[in-house]
Design a protein around this ligand. Structure first.
Ligand SMILES: Cc1ncc(COP(=O)(O)O)c(C=O)c1O
Length: 341
């Protein structure tokens, strides 16, 4: 079940889902109703699970677009059943079991009462049972093993009551690599589809290649004298005559303001430091040490140039966050261009 929520972690949900569907992926998951509708409207016919909370006023749209809800609260069942009533076959839902994420889901005890609810036999039907792991990429495996143990015990209670288990899923990217016994019938990779691991370095992991590069071009070159300043509040003061390249990308595009004075970009294969505050629409870099430079030259903010590369996990490290946030923060103004692999 490919996780394509948050615009496929910034990569473009429609194009990503279509590319994965061409490779044979038959199940997708998003976070919200709107994300699911966007994929349906783009023509994706595969199963689409909505992982996030569903509200009563959303259920008719949800069912009209054949989206599969994850039920985490019994109170939604009557509305779902009502909206699914005219559906020709029992309408599939997935059930979330809360085993330690402290977020959505039924406790294992609540689960048994829930499954006696007649609405879950008709017009609804339990297609999937899931849990979400809180610490699959953590230092040690204790929390995950406890969560998996609880989940397995809940599943066993269900089978002991003579019920067959539907699709069962628990593993995010980290668990896919680290806990093969968490694979059950489906896995839910997100970040690894996009080429990143978040596992501790001690865990052996397959080599992945980041999918996305973020590039811009130099919009203007100017030389400022010693003592000249760059950007709002003059936080960069030139200590020598300094050549500045102005890049037409800023925090409104998801290039975090926290990168001010911290980040670097690649120009002609050189790491080139950001100077001054990152603005809403522009960022300035010091290119004094690069001899031959033209307006229009390609600048790589995430990606590879020559022998050098800067990937989203490095950018995340500069600003104290995770590659997920860097990737899914890339704004809607940034055109996405797709190349065949
Ligand atoms: C329920 C659920 N499953 C799977 C994933 C994918 O996680 P990852 O990107 O770490 O593989 C997410 C993402 O947050 C999620 O919320």
């Amino acid at each position: 079940m490919a996780i394509v929520k948050a615009n496929a972690y910034g990569h473009g949900a429609v194009e990503t889902a279509q590319a994965l569907a061409r490779q044979g992926i038959r199940r997708f998951a998003v976070a919200s109703l709107d994300e699911g509708i966007a994929l349906r409207q783009a023509g994706l016919s595969a199963s689409i699970v909505v992982l996030g909370a569903i509200f009563e006023e959303q259920v008719s749209d949800l069912i009209a677009h054949r989206l599969t809800p994850v039920v985490s609260d019994e109170r939604i069942l009557p509305a779902l059943a009502k909206a699914a009533h005219s559906h020709p076959t029992p309408y599939p839902v997935h059930i979330k079991v809360e085993t330690g994420m402290g977020r959505l889901g039924f406790s294992p005890e609540e689960l048994l009462t829930l499954l006696d609810n007649p609405l879950l036999h008709s017009p609804l039907q339990v297609e999937g049972m899931m849990t979400h792991l809180a610490d699959a990429d953590g230092k040690d495996s204790t929390v995950t093993e406890r969560q998996l143990g609880e989940f397995r015990a809940a599943l066993e209670q269900i089978t002991q009551r003579g019920r067959t288990l539907p699709l069962v899923h628990a593993a995010n990217s980290a668990a896919i690599v680290r806990f093969p016994d968490a694979h059950f019938s489906l896995v839910r990779p997100g970040i690894m589809l996009y080429g990143y691991h978040t596992l501790p370095a001690t865990v052996p992991a397959p080599d992945l290649k980041p999918v996305l590069s973020l590039r811009t071009t130099i919009a203007q070159l100017r030389t400022i004298p010693q003592g000249g300043t760059v950007s709002y509040n003059g936080t960069f003061v030139a200590t020598r005559p300094t050549r500045i390249a102005v890049l037409p990308i800023g925090y409104a595009d998801g290039y975090s303001r926290q990168l001010s004075h911290r980040g670097s970009v690649l120009i002609q294969g050189h790491r080139t430091p950001i100077v001054g505050l990152v603005c809403m629409d522009m960022t300035m870099v010091d290119v004094t040490d690069i001899a031959q430079l033209q307006v229009g030259e390609t600048v790589t903010l995430i990606g590879q140039q020559g022998q050098e590369s800067i990937w989203a996990d490095e950018v995340a490290g500069w600003i104290g966050t995770i590659p997920y946030e860097v990737l899914c923060g890339i704004g809607s103004r940034v055109p996405r261009l797709y190349e065949p692999a």
